[in-house]
Design a protein around this ligand. Structure first.
Ligand SMILES: Nc1ncnc2c1ncn2[C@@H]1O[C@H](COP(=O)(O)OP(=O)(O)O)[C@@H](O)[C@H]1O
Ligand SMILES: Cc1ncc(COP(=O)(O)O)c(N)n1
Length: 268
């Protein structure tokens, strides 16, 4: 089988659990060839974000050109985009190169509570990136910001899906990782809703769950799955990754990206 070529456009995590590093691990775990365009270098670990520096728009444009001029990209996943200029340059380049699949994870705040999106970027994200998304994957706080309304229950999650889809995203998955009673995610595919019911695992290994989920969806779509199957399998990948994670670091550790693969290979 020919490997699909997956590109992550995201910020970094030197501790390896979230951002570009989580994306690359997820692409590899799905049998895809993974690539990275870096938007910001972030000093962070399992305990939180210490500092970050945005990459200049020119250098982001050059990184995107370096990839797209050389390699056929089957799917793009977008994560941390930080400032308005970063969002604008990504928007321009994606309109120029037109990759067939775009999954946008509208990263706003890290699990540790640190902002990774400047407040003035929220509007630009809505007008530039949301309309380019084949799938947009906000968590509940991000969906509240995008839809401009508090979310308390499933019907609020559905209303947020519809409101965000009305901004131009083809499909919207509002993730329920922040719910305590369960971890049910709701997908709106432009026509109807699909519920991905999930048990909430009491775990410290949830750093990078959103990054890994969106990268798994992009990989599954590139590998030819229908949207509902792609989301369902991605959710199972994250669930198993949380369940089988080894404790790493002093705070919220990463999921186990290679659990299934290592098990099949007899390494576990
Ligand atoms: N403690 C948990 N138990 C089970 N599933 C979880 C847990 N935390 C997150 N998930 C799942 O991980 C995925 C990412 O969700 P979420 O954590 O809400 O995103 P983000 O990392 O963007 O905040 C979703 O499919 C969600 O249901
Ligand atoms: C560079 C970068 N991008 C995204 C996240 C969000 O991580 P999570 O998936 O835990 O919300 C992060 N911590 N760092």
């Amino acid at each position: 089988m020919v490997m699909k070529h997956l590109l992550s456009i995201a910020g970094t995590d030197p501790s390896g659990g979230a951002g570009a590093q989580a994306d690359l691990k997820t692409f590899c775990a799905h049998g895809c060839y993974g690539m990275n365009v870096i938007t910001a270098v972030v000093a962070q670990n399992t305990q939180g974000v210490i500092d970050y520096m945005d990459i200049t728009p020119d250098l982001i444009a050059e990184q995107l050109e370096a990839v797209f001029e050389d390699i056929a990209v089957d799917a793009v996943k977008i994560g941390m985009v930080s400032v308005p200029e970063t969002i604008r340059v990504i928007g321009e380049k994606l309109k120029q190169y037109k990759p067939p699949i775009i999954v946008v994870d509208p990263v706003m705040v890290a699990t540790s509570g640190h902002r990774l999106l400047a407040p003035e970027s929220e509007q630009v994200l809505k007008t530039v990136l949301v309309p380019l998304a084949d799938v947009l994957t906000p968590n509940i706080p991000e969906a509240e910001v995008l839809a401009g309304k508090k979310i308390y229950d499933f019907s609020d999650m559905e209303a947020a899906c519809r409101a965000i889809a009305a901004m131009g995203a083809k499909a919207v998955l509002v993730k329920g990782g922040h719910r305590v009673s369960d971890a049910t995610d709701i997908l709106f595919d432009g026509n109807g809703f699909h519920y991905f019911k999930g048990q909430h695992i009491e775990s410290m290994s949830t750093h990078g769950t959103g990054c890994s989920l969106s990268s798994a969806i992009a990989s599954n779509l590139a590998n030819g799955m229908e949207l509902e199957t792609a989301v369902g399998k991605a959710k199972a990948f994250v669930f198993e990754g949380i369940k089988h994670a080894e404790p790493i670091g002093k705070g919220h550790g990463p999921i186990h990206h290679f659990y299934e693969m290592y098990k099949k290979a007899g390494l576990l």
